[in-house]
Design a protein around this ligand. Sequence first.
Ligand SMILES: Nc1ncnc2c1ncn2[C@@H]1O[C@H](COP(=O)(O)OP(=O)(O)OP(=O)(O)O)[C@@H](O)[C@H]1O
Ligand SMILES: [Mg+2]
Length: 344
Amino acid sequence: MAVILGLESSCDETAAALVTSDRRIIAHRLAGQEERHRPYGGVVPEIAARAHAEKMTPLVEAVFAEAGARLSDVDAIAATAGPGLIGGVMVGLVTGKALALASGKPLIAVNHLEGHALSPRLVDPDLDFPYLLLLVSGGHCQILRVNGVGAYERLATTIDDAAGEAFDKTAKLLGLGFPGGPAVEKAAESGDPHAVPLPRPLAGSKEPHFSFAGLKSAVLRASESGQYGAEDIAASFQMAVIDCLRDRLNHILDRTERLAALVVAGGVAANGAVRAMLQELAGERDMRFVAPPLWLCTDNAAMIAWAGAERFAAGLNDPLDIPARPRWPLDETASAVRGAGVKA
Ligand SMILES: Nc1ncnc2c1ncn2[C@@H]1O[C@H](COP(=O)(O)OP(=O)(O)OP(=O)(O)O)[C@@H](O)[C@H]1O
Ligand SMILES: [Mg+2]
């Protein structure tokens, strides 16, 4: 049994966790920065990096105190090395390097997206490779075939915005506050999902990819028209996103070999209506549906420690000069898609 220390700092959550290779979360701590970014309605990279620099080492101290453990009890140190806001990534990675150097234990540089992708296996010991993964977060919207640790085949991605980004922008437009995803979900509960006619971009397209930019513009027009209440727009928007996710998943499911499990990960997986749709879809396709608990969907260090445990078991360590990477696709062989900008 190995004990892995995980560090996460790629966006606006600073987090540390101790997780074992037999799936015990010994301790996990997280310091959010919402109140620092709220005045700007979004994450400010410089403010985020400074906050990570303040909070990271005290959080490491706190998880060791909670676990009654010391650095010498750890078998490896896993830190997010990208993708993300580079100033923040550097704080966590350099902390991980320093702890690895001080302890003489191996460093494992974790791709944050691999943290999300493997997180369902932390809570479900029966989830075996390969599985079909919908990765829906603040920066990504992808369908991947997960063949094993470090073995990801990208089947679809967004050509513009990520699904979580669309939730955040919709919340901002509707004045629902920050962070946007949970605010839109809450407003949608008291709205009519059929009240506002909104597009389903790329639904029915021959290509497998996603697009959310047009939906965001339609939300802006609906909001500016003054015809609809914020709750109805939120509910109609959420329904449109769900329809797009279902359509694109069906497109892939119709064209690929059936896998045993449909898995969701990333912040948008915390959305109850999204989960309900995926559960139903998995049922229709005779697949098992696996979703991490809500707290494991958004950024946290337990998923980074777990990805570290999986990589450690596979003998995958990294040298101390490994760089921090602002961009780092899970499937490095996947080609950029039309109009994809930075989201390939
Ligand atoms: N209940 C919810 N409904 C819809 N979206 C949600 C919900 N909760 C969180 N989100 C969205 O999830 C995103 C945050 O997820 P996560 O922390 O995984 O993303 P990230 O780390 O910013 O991006 P990435 O993992 O791609 O680098 C935000 O865009 C947020 O609005
Ligand atoms: Mg994330």
